[in-house]
Write a protein that binds this ligand. Structure first.
Ligand code: GLV
Length: 324
């Protein structure tokens, strides 16, 4: 065991992970406040730690990494790791871990829940019920759209996109297409999904569209004004990252009818300003980044983040190491 065995955990949410690390004789320093630590608060806590378990919205900056001379592992309890300055981590030979795999089915379930919700106006109609507007049997304001047998376009066919596609194909007989940087013939053959090599062709031919790509400079606003102009009556779901979608253009696209409704589990920024139009638009359903948020998966991700640290510090293979 290292003389310095302190690990900083940026949230007070993960009892099992803390117990696991404490059993291995690590000292876990847990951030106890409800509000996440700021950059200077992380610097202060991390300065004599060997590892950190961070969440996707903790920005692990150059300043933080430089102020932590003993830091050996950054373990993100998330699949995405765009919050970490990977360049400086690489320069410092710091290992970076993430938690893919365990959340795949959970996120795919949630994406399907959002699709069903906006297609059939579930939350939209419930808002009226809560206001006392259900006076008699009157479906007209809430008539939604069928899902069965309709066209679905998936942007980004990673593990979650694939798991979601399986649900759509097997459960709802949706004719399912995808656009991805790389064609994935094995998945096409396995699940019966079709590749469209041009994102604009995909969005102009699908009534349902779901975004599943990672957030990178190339995918910034991958769905924007140009794509919205090609859509017709689309039900759009984003469970990837807020910056993949141009939110200002989305509101115009709903108001002009190109989009029927949208469900956003991720926004840019996150959370959105409570006074912003996007929160209050009746045809936009916003959930607070809940894709991976089942009780089971929440724990599995925390345990995987803890195991990544223990393995790395003990010289073993990390469960999931980010390639730098
Ligand atoms: C959550 O959004 C994640 O990247 O795991």
């Amino acid at each position: 065991m290292e003389p310095n065995n302190k690990i900083f955990l940026t949230r007070d949410w993960h009892e099992e992970a803390v117990n696991y690390l404490c059993d291995k004789k690590y000292q876990v320093i847990t951030w106890k406040n409800i509000t996440p630590p700021t950059e200077s608060e992380i610097i202060n806590k991390l300065k004599d730690c060997v590892a950190i378990i961070s969440e996707f919205n903790d920005k692990i900056t150059n300043n933080i990494i430089n102020a932590a001379p003993n830091l050996k592992v950054i373990s993100n309890r998330a699949v995405g790791y765009e919050n970490i300055d990977l360049k400086i981590a690489k320069e410092r030979n710091i290992l970076v871990g993430n938690t893919p795999g365990v959340l795949v089915e959970t996120c795919a379930d949630f994406t399907m829940a959002l699709l069903l919700n906006i297609a059939r106006n579930i939350t939209y109609s419930n808002r009226d019920v809560l206001k006392g507007k259900w006076q008699s049997f009157y479906q007209l304001p809430y008539l939604g759209f069928d899902i069965y047998n309709k066209n679905l376009g998936i942007i980004g066919l990673g593990q979650i996109g694939t798991a979601f596609a399986k649900r759509a194909i097997n459960g709802f007989n949706m004719k399912t297409y995808y656009w991805s940087r790389n064609r994935k013939l094995d998945i096409e053959n396995e699940i019966g999904i079709n590749w469209i090599d041009n994102i604009n062709d995909l969005v102009s031919n699908c009534e349902y569209i779901s975004i599943h790509c990672a957030s990178t400079p190339e995918t910034h606003h991958i769905i924007g004004k140009e794509q919205f102009a090609l859509m017709k009556n689309v039900k759009l779901i984003n469970t990837s990252r807020g910056p993949t979608l141009d939110q200002d253009s989305l509101i115009d696209a709903i108001d002009s009818g190109n989009i029927y409704a949208a469900a956003l589990d991720v926004t840019d920024p996150e959370p959105p300003d409570y006074k912003s139009k996007i929160i209050h638009h009746p045809k936009i359903l916003i959930t607070p980044h809940l894709g991976s948020g089942s009780s089971e998966t929440f724990k599995k991700m925390a345990m995987m983040a803890a195991e990544n640290i223990a393995n790395a510090l003990e010289g073993k293979k990390m469960v999931s190491q980010v390639k730098l």
